[in-house]
Design a protein around this ligand. Sequence first.
Ligand code: NAD
Ligand code: UGA
Length: 487
Amino acid sequence: MEILIENICCIGAGYVGGPTMAVIADKCPHLKVNVVDINQERIKAWNSQDLTKLPVFEPGLDEIIKRTRFKNLNFSCDVDECIREAQMVFISVNTPTKKRGVGAGEASDLKYVEACARQVAKNARGHTIVIEKSTLPVKTAEVIKKILEDYQAISSNKNPKATFDVLSNPEFLAEGSAINDLENPDRVLIGGQNKLAINALSQIYSNWVPKNKILHTNIWSSELAKLTSNAFLAQRVSSINAIGALCEATGADVKEVARAIGSDNRIGSRFLDAGPGFGGSCFKKDILNLVYLSKHFGLIEVANFWEVVVSLNNWHQHRISQLVVKNLFGTVTGKKICILGFAFKANTNDTRESAAINICKDLLEEGAVLFIHDPKVIAEQISKDLLVNENKNLKNPEFKNFFNYEASWCFEENIAKAASNADAIIVLTEWDEYSKIRWDLISKEMRRPAWVFDARSIVNEKEVIKTDLNLWKVGNGSKSNDWRFKS
Ligand code: NAD
Ligand code: UGA
């Protein structure tokens, strides 16, 4: 016996729902896939003829959308109807950290997930497999199941009663490499109780994922494995950034240390790049969620252990802004500083929790004038993140002195113009184009003494050294003896 799936619905057309369903539609032409969202602007953007206007930028996504959209993949706001048609419903909505009430600042806010469960309860027909795609605290499946079943018990619904299975199928894609991660996953994790439901979902993935990579676990292990996976990755980033600070203090180079420790197979080489601190919508929120859960179960030492991963990350971001100020003679008021990169990592337009936000806010607080460049992030997004509107007047080509414009910023799409007359350039995202900058040309435009602060360790050091620019590279202590540098 098997459960036949012909139509699936995904609630939430975000960074996960959009790309994940696009790949499922591409790999399973026999399935009809509907992606729904309450955000009309987002759905309009997914339906845009111009594929550069899709709401999510991911290398390779536009090609898949071109192949599948309006064939077996559709984006709409008609949530109720799409649930009614589906035998399988993915919940892929946002699960931000709670801002108020019990668990504020740590626990996940499940209001969007709960709203979805209620909407599924109301509209589902026949047997429906409900899948947690969002990252959720352990035991959320219990909440979803209760909402689904209690509605059926009291519903005076004339339609035949619906029945449900709830599965956990967390997503492990990373932004910027989402399509490759979805097409060639290290593993697909499915947690649940009913073998038939698990097999129905496994069947979909087995259209392109080798069977040995589809792992089945109990539902709580699956929910917890997702939080743990992100916590382990973030812990590595905080570990290497902590060692980077020690390298700067001692004359060691974090890249060499990372290479040495990463060559040990037991440690492995990935996620050992020192940077400006981890960003992204999930690491911080998922660790805080783990902290909350640990406290909830009375495991205070466990909570404290994970909390430090986040506090070290915050400390590290402020450390970078402080050392910029220190090296610019203790003040950046009215000084032009060029920021290269605002996205939380390369190859994405996502700025959520980007280290650039804290670092730029700190510098604005100190009175700096920021010229911000990013190949994919738009100025409107930066305004929202910095809570300060863009001052386009700064771009007046006549301006050479910004003393009267303290604590303001503008977007500049030309790197040379962003650097012109600047006292410093700070590299915050590892976009490929920043590793190819012609420092011989850029340096001529900057005000002296001028600095390059490379928080991603990607600039061509040999080229910078040929100029008279001062260089700071994250985690590289070999400059610590330089009389000019104050760490
Ligand atoms: P997102 O904010 O980009 O998208 C979520 C979407 O859900 C939004 O468009 C929102 O309008 C919609 N939504 C909310 N409530 C709704 C409702 N009741 N009905 C219809 N639509 C609704 O979020 P995301 O980055 O796609 O993340 C979704 C989940 O996946 C989160 O739990 C996240 O932790 C997890 N996750 C994210 C990533 C990632 O790389 N972004 C990777 C793995 C897992
Ligand atoms: C991360 C995980 O890698 C995914 O497996 C997971 O599905 C996802 O979170 C999620 O649940 O949202 P993502 O946040 O998109 O993916 O990006 P990562 O590549 O993990 O990078 C996260 C942050 O750590 C970025 O700011 C990145 O620049 C930083 N990082 C990463 C470093 O500073 N150094 C490294 O060596 C690696």
